[in-house]
Write a protein that binds this ligand. Structure first.
Ligand code: GUN
Length: 315
């Protein structure tokens, strides 16, 4: 028997942290009620993308649980940019709507950029408007910015789990406007030393092995393997990739009885951008499912409550 201590990695439980955030919102919502208003969210879902339908359903359901007013707008995939602009304009003007969320991706023919810029920044609960993106990059105080929900959820998870950020080396894989770029900005604002990698990065594994905090947001199943991870690092997995192929399933989950049962029943499972084998060398990690995903919705609720309060206080 060896007497080398085997340290089990810490699981960062997104569901539990999201529940904590939502329970804090309940008291803020009671305050809003006392002041005579109910925060309201309008969700725009274009077409019939099944993944988007699933996300939107769970956003609307969470609104109902918390007592946030919500309404869904579901134009057909053939809708024009002009028609969508008119819809956004009407939502901008309605006082009972505090947050406007346009579920992405939009169909090819729709001008996404024009649409996101049409949402008034005060109701931009996704934080995708250039004004909010710019404020985030400028390091404006939190109460002045509506920040994108997934990266905001990651920062909240790190903070509530007492994972140090200041002075740490953070590596982000992925440079999307939704996750990669804003999480890099937030980590910089929190005084981490940040490297952003992407599909053209040379010697990727050399860079990722430097990371104290590694964020994977690329949308490729199990892309980050154990050899790319510094032992003890914190791994943040933003990926949600559906696995239906039996050989691929075996590669990630061989020997995992619970996963096998689910896969046999449903014919699919989800895996993140990080190979589950890499979690075993981590100091802490976010599981998939049950990690970052749960926080995205909690932060959307939080942004809606924040936007409602800010608009009424004239901030
Ligand atoms: N599609 C994937 N992630 C998101 C998100 O955070 N917000 C919106 N609106 N669409 C998305």
């Amino acid at each position: 028997m060896s007497n080398v201590a085997v340290v089990e990695p810490r699981v960062l439980d997104g569901v539990a942290i999201a529940a904590e955030i939502k329970s804090e919102l309940v008291s803020k919502l009671a305050e809003a009620k006392e002041r005579g208003y109910t925060p309201g969210l309008a969700v725009v879902l274009v077409g019939e993308n099944p993944a988007s339908q699933l996300y939107v359903k769970s956003k609307v359901k969470t609104c109902a649980e918390l007592g946030i007013y919500s309404e869904m707008h579901t134009p057909a995939a053939s809708v024009t940019t002009e028609e969508l602009l008119a819809l956004v304009e009407s939502l901008n003007e309605r006082d009972e709507i505090d947050g406007i969320l346009i579920q992405l991706p939009l169909p090819e023919h729709v001008d996404t950029e024009r649409l996101l810029e049409a949402v008034v920044p005060e109701k931009d609960v996704d934080g995708f408007h250039p004004i909010n993106a710019g404020r985030l990059l400028s390091g404006a105080p939190a109460e002045k910015v509506l920040a994108p929900c997934t990266p905001a959820g990651i920062m909240e998870m790190l903070r509530r789990s007492d994972i140090p950020v200041s002075g740490q080396r953070a590596v982000v894989i992925g440079r999307s406007n939704i996750v990669g770029k804003p999480i890099a900005a937030m980590l910089i604002n929190a005084s981490a030393t940040v490297t952003v990698c992407h599909s053209r990065t040379r010697d990727l594994a050399e860079i990722t092995r430097e990371a104290d905090i590694l964020v994977a947001a690329i949308g490729r199943a199990g892309f980050v393997t154990a050899d790319m991870v510094r032992p003890g690092a914190t791994l943040v997995d933003v990926g949600i990739n559906r696995v239906t192929d039996a050989a691929e399933f075996e590669r990630f989950f061989a020997g995992d009885a619970k996963r096998m049962e689910g896969f046999a029943k449903r014919g699919s499972t989800v895996v993140g951008d990080i190979d589950p084998a890499a979690f075993r060398v981590a100091g802490a990690y976010t599981p998939v499912p049950g990690g970052v995903g749960a926080l995205t919705i909690a932060m959307l609720m939080s942004n809606t409550v924040k936007a409602a309060a800010a608009r009424r206080s004239g901030n």
